[in-house]
Design a protein around this ligand. Structure first.
Ligand SMILES: *Cc1c(COP(=O)(O)O)cnc(C)c1O
Length: 431
């Protein structure tokens, strides 16, 4: 077999990579449960679910088979004017798994497109009702994807300042990040909530929607907020009559310990964006799910009020089949028990990290846990990249976001494997 790295170096450009500096991407030939296997046969524990997508482990046979069976039956059909069984079944399953109130599923390809669709839905919902509302309320440190609309509402996370001049302006508010033992939580939250309330008193009639990564800001550094904050935010949105959009691209499908972040609050938003774990990490597929009132506002006797958005691979049957198989696995008792166990191991592991004296702000929700290193390291800084490489050299995929080290494992990881990852982090940050 030819060396993957040489061919790659010659022809391929990788995402979010400084090719001059970063170590060359590693050739991976196989995935097995919580492990990926490189060209030399080395097994690497995937402690971050490959950019947060892998739910039940790599190459899970049930999902692989569902895709193969579907491919032999119907690989794709355009979704304008046609439909198919996996798309209908998946929509039904999603609506039944989500908290009550959602009515329609709009499919697209990834988290970014799910957000673009949500923003367009929100803008046009108001236009169709005869209101011109151009403002979006969002949160500093938020990340919603890499296309222009998604970058605009994620403008706080400073990943793409070079494009600033091309983004639409938004109203940004601090995300009241909190952690275990944070005594300032209530104060921070009520400060932000009253800022938002004051803002909405003036601007609610121009504001289309708020958008938030509920409970956890992912790319912003696994910053967590409380369930109470979300509940109060949701009631502010309701009382001022603006739409709320939850971007659950990362938090969906059990990551936070419940099926969705909005399952924790008992007060679901108007629109929710799902991606990443939707297919268990097998195929790019996303869904923007909304209440029936929103869908109804797009009904009329001309195309003018219809939603103009679609992608060639909308509702790809293979993606939908993978998602159905993944959801079936998610709902098994065994998986639900693993999710609970991972949460318990996180508590223990975070304790180990805190004992090093080199970390602060330990925090966790369900299967996601994070700490901040007390040594300052910027996003993409040399120090942060070197730390990532040291973890990898020791056989564990952990990818710090600046000074934030987090674990977000696939649900099949064993208690021992997860605890080993914590021990390894503790050793590396002591050095
Ligand atoms: C990853 C992510 C996105 C973007 O999803 P892609 O599939 O990478 O386009 C959007 N929002 C959140 C919260 C994410 O974590």
């Amino acid at each position: 077999m030819t060396n993957l790295e040489d061919g790659d170096r010659q022809y391929v450009w990788h995402p979010s990579t400084q090719h001059m500096r970063d170590r060359h991407p590693l050739g991976i030939v196989r995935g097995e449960g919580a492990y990926i296997v490189d060209e030399s046969g080395r097994r690497i524990l995937d402690a971050i679910s490959s950019w947060w997508v892998t739910l039940h482990g790599h190459s899970h046979p049930k999902i692989a088979k569902a895709i193969a069976d579907q491919a032999a039956k119907l690989e794709h059909v355009m979704f304008g004017g046609f439909t198919h069984e996996p798309a209908v079944q998946l929509a039904e399953r999603l609506i039944s798994l989500l908290p009550g109130g959602f009515g329609k599923v709009f499919y697209s390809d990834n988290g970014t497109t799910a957000v673009e669709v949500a923003l367009k839905m929100a803008i046009q919902y108001w236009r169709n009702r005869g209101e011109k509302r151009d403002r979006f309320l969002c949160f500093e440190g938020g990340y919603h994807g890499d296309c222009f609309g998604a970058m605009s509402v994620g403008n706080g996370c400073k990943l793409h300042t070079v494009f600033d001049a091309f983004l639409f302006s938004v109203d940004g508010f601090p995300y009241p990040e909190t952690w275990d033992g944070d005594e300032e939580r209530a104060v921070k939250e009520s400060r932000v909530l009253s800022q938002i309330e004051e803002h909405l008193k003036k601007h609610h009639a121009d504001t289309a929607a708020l958008i938030i990564e509920p409970l956890i800001q992912g790319s912003g550094g696994m910053r967590m907020c409380s369930v109470e904050f979300l509940q109060k935010l949701e009631s502010l949105a309701k009382s001022f009559g603006i739409l709320s959009i939850y971007d659950e691209a990362m938090t969906g499908f059990g990551r936070t310990g419940q099926h969705f972040a909005c399952t924790h609050t008992g007060a679901p938003p108007d629109i929710i964006c799902l991606a990443k774990g939707l297919t268990g990490g097998f195929l790019p597929l996303a869904a923007t799910v909304c209440r029936n009132e929103i869908y109804d506002a797009f009904l009329g006797d001309s195309m003018d009020c219809a939603l103009f958005h679609g992608h060639s691979y909308t509702a790809n049957p293979l993606g939908c089949a993978a998602a159905l198989a993944s959801m079936e696995l998610l709902l098994t008792e065994a998986t639900q028990a693993r999710i609970a166990r991972i949460g318990a191991v996180h508590v223990e592991g975070l304790g180990v990290l805190m004992k090093t004296g080199r970390v602060e702000k330990a925090r966790h929700y369900g299967t996601v846990a994070a700490v901040n290193l007390t040594d300052a390291m910027g996003y993409g800084s040399n120090a942060s990249v070197r730390l990532r490489e040291r973890f990898l050299d020791r056989g564990v995929l952990i990818r710090p976001i600046g000074a934030v080290v987090y674990l977000l494992p696939p649900y099949c990881i064993s208690d021992r494997e997860l605890m080993d990852a914590y021990e390894l982090i503790a050793e590396e940050i002591r050095n």
